[in-house]
Design a protein around this ligand. Structure first.
Ligand code: AR6
Length: 181
């Protein structure tokens, strides 16, 4: 009986490995990095500005053809000058106090980004802390949603890296995931 349970546990898909790091997402050598964009997909500040600068002007030219992206959805482009092969542009919710569907929209960003990654066969993906900068989503609940959603979403992605740009985000991820080796 116990042998049988052990055998099925090994066979069961256990989801992607999760890693946390402090750094600049534009330097990530993964199949796809995620951009915390706005609905125009035409660039902006924060991680969006950094990704467009690092990818080069071809990225903006490509984004102009996409017709924007609704909040909670995600669209994929090549990475152009980035080490990553693809950029998945998702639009997080602006924080309006938490009673305007922010949590569901933020979870949808992670689900839709993983869906785009699966569509191109990406095995590794790096996420920034979507919505926690200019869009003011509080870091602790945003981090919980990021981790819970990635853990509960069915995907073929094998490695998910959460790339934190400051100590507050890093501590929030480590508080849930524990210290990284
Ligand atoms: N690498 C990783 N994370 C970064 C980087 C980077 N290079 N730069 C900033 N962050 P934000 P949002 C972190 O404001 O809140 C843009 O103007 C940052 O510290 O980039 O979703 C868009 O065009 C924070 O933890 O995205 C939209 O208008 C996280 O990335 C709007 O901002 C998200 O901060 C989107 O706001």
């Amino acid at each position: 009986m116990w042998q049988y349970l052990g055998y099925t546990a090994r066979l069961r898909r256990i989801g992607p490995r999760l890693e946390v790091t402090l750094g600049d997402i534009t330097a990530e050598c993964v199949d796809a990095i995620v951009n915390a964009a706005n609905e125009t997909l035409l660039g902006g500040g924060g991680v969006d500005g950094a990704i467009h600068r690092a990818a080069g002007p071809e990225l903006l030219a490509h984004c102009r053809t996409l017709g924007g992206c609704p909040t909670g959805q995600a669209k994929i482009t090549p990475g152009f000058g980035l080490p990553a092969r693809s950029v998945i542009h998702t639009v997080g919710p602006i924080w309006h106090g938490g009673s305007h569907g922010e949590a569901e929209l933020l979870a949808s960003c992670y689900q839709e980004s993983l869906a785009r990654a699966d569509e191109v066969g990406a095995a590794s993906i790096a996420f920034p802390a979507i919505s926690t900068g200019v869009y003011s989503y509080p870091v602790a609940p945003a981090t919980q949603i990021a981790i819970d959603t990635v853990r509960s979403t069915s995907t073929k992605v094998e490695l998910v890296r959460f790339v934190c740009f400051n100590d507050e985000a890093l501590h929030a991820y480590r508080a849930i995931l524990g210290p990284m080796p």
